[in-house]
Design a protein around this ligand. Structure first.
Ligand SMILES: Cc1cc2nc3c(=O)[nH]c(=O)nc-3n(C[C@H](O)[C@H](O)[C@H](O)COP(=O)(O)OP(=O)(O)OC[C@H]3O[C@@H](n4cnc5c(N)ncnc54)[C@H](O)[C@@H]3O)c2cc1C
Length: 264
């Protein structure tokens, strides 16, 4: 089975540098780590390969510095690693990101299963996985918390919906996004580090993609644009309510209603 796992580098700390002029994150040179949710995607992909055989290819869209993360993916058991990197991909919103990743996956070749994390810790939209599936016109299930069965041509998944678990069967090729806790991610292995240290991380650029229409990538391909990104204001203001518990509850409820946190 050809398994693709999508992993993304996210800021390693909450102190992020923002380009004032464009309103986008400055990712180059910033401290970065693998999106924690993608560790579960990686573990899922490697376990499925261990069960049914095949190959796991890790892919990411981002700057060249993602190579370090891809080396970590090698240490966790992936067979091959690709970075989709090009100035033309810069400034991508969810749609353009998902489109670029879908084009990159097509450029690599045949695939049976694509595994994504549930969400990232920076963009946090949880939309990229399903959007990739839509672009590739394949079925998908998000929030997968268990995989009771997987064979060469189908996968049975348990989808965690808030109060119920729904079991779905999908024919391959398809895409899943996995919940944290689906499996415990393995630690990077020193043995694999040694075995894979010469293994290259491939870079694919715009020129490697079939769709050469620049309007579909980066800022040009983005339906949305960021007006401003800013850290939330930190305030240590306190509000004290006087009175008995009923009066305090009414005062608190009134304040929340005024701020439109609750519907009156
Ligand atoms: C309006 C808007 C404008 C933006 N503009 C910019 C910008 O100008 N510059 C910029 O750097 N960012 C920008 N972003 C952020 C960028 O769109 C997101 O980083 C990207 O769409 C991924 O979305 P997400 O982080 O919400 O991923 P989610 O949908 O939360 O991620 C789900 C899963 O998809 C996979 N995935 C997500 N992103 C990647 C990736 N890059 N490579 C591989 N797998 C991935 C992972 O498996 C991940 O666990 C913008 C976002 C928005 C909403």
């Amino acid at each position: 089975m050809n398994i693709v796992v999508c992993i993304k580098q996210v800021p390693g700390s909450s102190k992020v540098d923002i380009d004032e002029a464009t309103g986008v994150l400055r990712r180059d040179g910033a401290e970065a780590k693998m999106n924690p949710y993608d560790l579960y995607a990686l573990e899922t992909a490697v376990r499925i390969r261990e069960q049914v055989g095949g190959r796991v290819v890790a892919v990411t869209m981002g700057p060249g510095q993602a190579e370090e993360m891809m080396k970590e993916a090698y240490m966790m058991g992936v067979d091959d690693a690709y970075i989709f990197s090009d100035r033309k991909f810069a400034g991508a919103d969810v749609l353009a990101t998902a489109y670029t990743i879908s084009q990159g996956i097509l450029a690599i070749g045949d695939f049976d299963l694509i595994v994504c994390g549930k969400q990232t810790t920076d963009g946090d939209t949880a939309q990229v996985g399903p959007a990739i599936a839509e672009y590739l016109k394949i079925p998908h299930t998000a929030w997968v918390g268990g995989i009771p069965q997987v064979t060469e041509d189908k996968i049975v998944v348990e989808q965690d919906l808030v109060n119920i678990t729904q079991t779905a069967e999908m024919k391959l090729p398809c895409l899943i996004t996995v919940e944290k806790d689906i499996y415990t991610p393995r630690l990077p292995s020193y043995k694999l580090k040694m075995a894979t240290k010469e293994r290259p991380v491939h870079i694919l650029t715009f020129d490697d993609f079939k769709d050469k229409n620049e309007k579909n990538y980066g800022l040009n391909g983005s339906a949305t644009n960021v007006e401003r990104i800013f850290p939330p204001a930190v305030s240590d203001d306190h509000v004290y309510f006087e009175g008995d518990s009923t009066e305090k509850i009414q005062a608190l409820y009134g304040m929340l209603a005024d701020k439109k946190y609750v519907n009156v």
